[in-house]
Ligand binder design. Structure first.
Ligand code: ADP
Length: 160
């Protein structure tokens, strides 16, 4: 079975990687799809995010890194794959995720969203927290893999 794991991944964290690794074991092919949101510039470019994802998932054989813009419901059709994976960290994620899942199904009735519950130790972890710590020169080594740590250091070396 083929699944799509969509998100911003700005940048990829151990929380995302845990979900990707678990998907890699359960599904035949996993498309990690980076959302190219033209109204939100982000810290890393889409190409940088994709490169970091490629580098940190290269030990897994069935992962494809892609990018998409526009509606997820349309991307799903283009890729001929209608199963979406989303990670759930806490109850606070639930309302937004529920809304997105229902909207996507409304736009494309064949779309199914599957939720994977975060590992306990990653419940508090988000790309935005990691960016904030890195921007102030903090140590992010327990939140992100080495290539991401290096990329964050480069990105913020002149301060914010
Ligand atoms: P968004 O798409 O809201 O910008 P992200 O790109 O950061 O969020 O995350 C993509 C997906 O990964 C979402 O389903 C999000 O809930 C999930 N995710 C993010 N961080 C974690 C984590 N620490 N543990 C589990 N899932 C996570």
């Amino acid at each position: 079975m083929k699944v799509i794991y969509p998100g911003s991944f700005d940048p990829v964290t151990f929380g995302h990687l845990d979900i990707i690794e678990r998907c890699s074991k359960k599904f035949g092919h996993v498309i990690v799809a980076v959302l190219n949101n033209s109204s939100k510039k982000g810290t890393f470019s889409i190409e940088e995010r994709m490169e970091l994802l490629r580098e940190t998932t290269k030990h897994l054989g069935n992962i494809e890194i892609d990018a998409f813009s526009g509606l997820l419901a349309e991307y799903v059709e283009k890729r001929d794959c209608n199963i979406l994976i989303r990670g759930l960290r806490a109850v606070s994620d639930f309302e937004y995720e529920m809304q997105m899942a229902l909207v996507n199904r409304k736009l494309n009735k064949d779309v199914e969203t599957l939720f994977m519950v975060s590992k306990g130790e990653h419940v508090y972890l988000s790309s935005s927290i990691v960016r904030e710590i890195a921007a102030y020169g903090g140590n992010v080594s327990c939140f992100v893999p080495k290539p991401v740590e290096r990329a964050l250091r480069d990105k913020f070396k002149g301060g914010i």
